[in-house]
Design a protein around this ligand. Structure first.
Ligand code: CA
Length: 372
């Protein structure tokens, strides 16, 4: 029989136009199926749905989901197609976690702290106040045992997690009140999610839950005195500089938030191993792409904010020190009574301490040397 070229052979297998017996015969009768173990490309096609927590095509975050779908389709030569849905298009944003567990969608994208109410330990795989930055999160997840712990946690609820992006360090937020001492947090109505909201409460502030779409008018009309969002890129687009007096740094509550893909575990386990590898690889590529996108765009939009004469302030050191104390208390409350949270935090915190010692000796000294 006619020998197929290598390219035609693999393309045919991928597209399903070559059956496996034909493929084996074309290899001179060598039994590919036996030699290659379970990694048999069947040519089966998949059409999956991804439900996300972001508005459709949302800068960096939604765009990263679109790229994931594109890269998976390219790498699988069209064997897997993923349709991406914005939050609310298939299910409401915060129902993505359960929608993927139930199989209503095969993949989701969001951040672990969104599922705090369903699985409190998940927040440690996104961000906690005064926690690790993007580089340290990746080091913990990929090389420090974090991902294995995360996989174990999600396996028990029928999911497979992948790091799927990082916002990088965030800003402290937009304030219509000067923060000169911890007393200035008293009565401060601020939109700040997660453990950060508990820290604000301990400082005498009033955390307010407002969806992203209501933040601008909330700040403008005094419903809130302050809001955090992300960083210059997204904050500029939200227009906060038009209505807030001060832009504070640093984002003590989110030093480098990891985003995540989560896949329905039975469906992932049933895939051919090469497709599993393609999904894993595409997620890792998004993880790098998204952080790069945030970093690159933040530099551009910071200049725009400076052009708009935004008053950029730094929280006083003693304010940050007090917030850190409150955060320690808040975290102890978070892990009390939840063995899974305790286990995740123990791993996170042990890595964080070592990473902090290293950064103190190197990056901190380096940045100080720049005197910028
Ligand atoms: Ca934020």
């Amino acid at each position: 029989m006619k020998k197929l070229s290598r390219k035609t052979f693999f393309k045919g297998l991928a597209l399903g136009t070559i059956s496996l017996p034909l493929a084996i015969r074309s290899c001179g009768g060598k039994n590919l199926a036996q030699d290659s173990g379970p990694n048999i490309i069947t040519g089966k096609k998949y059409k999956w749905k991804m439900t996300t927590t972001w508005p459709p095509d949302f800068p960096a975050l939604g765009e990263g989901c679109n790229l994931f779908a594109q890269w998976v389709e390219e790498m699988s030569a069209g064997r897997m197609q993923i349709q991406v849905f914005g939050g609310g298009e298939l299910v409401p944003p915060l129902e993505a976690f359960n929608a993927v567990r139930s199989g209503a969608a095969e993949i989701g994208h969001g951040a672990g702290y969104y599922w705090k109410g369903l699985l409190p330990a998940a927040q440690f795989f996104a961000s906690i106040p005064f926690g690790m930055n993007a580089q340290q999160m990746n080091a913990w997840l990929y090389s420090g045992g974090g991902l294995e712990l995360w996989e174990k946690l999600y396996a028990d609820v029928g999911l497979v997690p992948f790091p799927g992006g990082n916002t990088g360090v965030q800003m402290g937020g937009w304030f219509n009140r000067e923060i000169n001492s911890i007393e200035d947090f008293k009565g401060l109505k601020m939109r700040i999610p997660g453990v950060g909201s508990k820290v604000l409460k301990k400082a005498g502030g009033a955390p307010v839950l407002l969806p992203g779409g209501e933040l601008y008018t909330g700040l403008e009309r005094g419903v809130i005195d302050a809001t955090e969002w992300i960083g210059p890129y997204h904050d500029y687009k939200m227009g906060f500089y038009q209505i807030a007096k001060y832009y504070y740094t640093p984002g003590w509550h989110e030093a480098g938030t990891t985003l995540e893909f989560f896949i329905n575990k039975p469906k992932f386990d049933a895939l051919e191993p090469d497709l599993q590898a393609i999904l894993r690889t595409a997620a890792a590529r998004v993880n790098v792409w998204m952080l790069s996108e945030f970093e690159a765009k933040n530099t551009i939009y910071l200049e725009k904010l400076i052009d708009e004469k935004v008053d950029i302030r730094k929280f006083p050191d003693e304010v940050l020190a007090t917030l850190r104390q409150y955060n320690e208390e808040a975290l102890q409350e978070e892990i009390a009574g939840d063995p899974l949270s305790r286990e995740a935090y123990a791993s996170y915190d042990a890595f964080r301490k070592k990473a902090a010692s290293w950064a103190k000796l190197t990056e901190k000294v380096f940045y100080n040397s720049l005197q910028i």
